[in-house]
Design a protein around this ligand. Structure first.
Ligand SMILES: Cc1cc2nc3c(=O)[nH]c(=O)nc-3n(C[C@H](O)[C@H](O)[C@H](O)COP(=O)(O)O)c2cc1C
Length: 313
């Protein structure tokens, strides 16, 4: 393998560590000598839960951010063209290798965090997140063209918690959604989906934030009383905004990981139009995801498909 080919291969190996809805990994890459194309893999979009592929695009944006970071840390500057071909809307982005780059120590730390970052569905400690860490998370989102609205006051956290609960209830009544989710959870030995080991613990009824039911049969435990919540938003709501939100998501998650913080995304309110609208009104922008953020005991990383399965010939 020539240096560039092996560098691109290594960057794709990092990119697939990105988060995606239910670990569906809805991406494909085409590696060229001087560029990498990122495609939406339609066959992996959850058509009931995510009919317009909004969440899949957010996951692909997270993979794009990770790809850029890995290339930067290996000394390559990239120029990214978002949605470069109107005739092919599933070609989400092209990252052109565009000369040499000298990474910063912080970028190196973020790229190391790619391998240990994971969704943590366990209860967090009742320990507040300090202001400098909050500022770093918000800045990470802003740099990628999105915003992270942080909330830690009981009234606003309660308002978002209400929307999460309402959406979770609506989704629980939708048998097609429940069936679709079942295909992606609780498996073992697969390279996609959410394995039982990562499904967390059910929460006791007094818990403010309703996490998704992911098939854990463990006894319920109490969760933190008042979590720090973040709502990831963009001003617009186009496909390009969904990709920006995804890039910001991974930037925030890696920053959180470096700061020793645990995060679990909650997308129930995004999947029900009425609660998504209400969440958008609450924060005054297009909402893409809710994040529960705090200090916690580590969870586990989840498997990924090998690079050979996500690279187009
Ligand atoms: C757009 C999006 C929505 C998500 N929604 C949820 C959610 O509602 N509940 C949850 O527990 N995890 C959610 N996740 C986290 C994924 O399940 C997780 O990223 C995936 O299973 C891979 O695991 P990892 O993050 O530990 O690498 C979401 C992730 C993305 C990108």
């Amino acid at each position: 393998m020539s240096t560039t080919v092996s560098t691109v291969h290594a960057a794709i190996t990092a990119a697939v560590r990105a988060p995606s809805p239910f670990n569906t990994q809805p991406w494909l890459f085409a590696a060229h000598p001087d560029r990498v194309d990122l495609w939406l893999d339609r066959s992996r979009v959850m058509t009931v839960t995510d009919p317009d592929a909004h969440e899949a695009r957010v996951g692909c944006g997270a993979a794009l951010h990770t790809l850029r970071l890995a290339l930067a840390v290996s000394g390559h500057r990239t120029e990214v063209h978002m949605l470069p071909d109107r005739a092919r809307p599933d070609l989400l982005a092209t990252a052109v290798l565009d000369g040499k780059y000298r990474p910063t120590p912080h970028e190196r730390a973020l790229s190391e965090a790619v391998w240990r970052r994971h969704t943590n569905r366990r209860p967090f400690l009742d320990r507040p997140v300090p202001s400098p860490a909050k500022t770093a998370l918000m800045r990470a989102a802003t740099v990628e063209g999105a915003q992270l609205h942080l909330m830690d006051q009981p009234a606003e956290v309660g308002a978002v918690a209400d929307l999460v609960r309402r959406a979770d209830h609506v989704l629980g009544q939708d048998l097609a959604h429940v069936d679709e989710v079942r295909a992606w959870i609780g498996h073992q030995g697969r390279s996609d989906g959410i394995p039982v080991t990562a499904s967390g613990r059910p929460s006791t009824p007094d818990t403010l934030i309703v996490l998704r039911e992911l098939g854990s049969s463990a006894p319920a435990v109490p969760f933190e009383r008042l979590p720090l919540l973040g709502v990831l938003t963009t001003v617009g709501d186009t496909h390009s905004d969904h990709l920006a939100a995804g890039q910001a998501l991974q930037a925030v998650l890696l920053e959180a990981c470096v700061a020793g913080l645990a995060v679990s995304p909650l997308s129930q309110p995004i999947e029900v139009p009425a609660t998504r609208d209400a969440l958008g009104l609450l924060v005054g922008a297009a909402a893409h995801l809710v994040l529960r953020i705090g200090y916690g005991h580590p969870g586990v990383t989840t498997p990924r498909r090998p690079v050979s399965e996500v690279v187009l010939d």
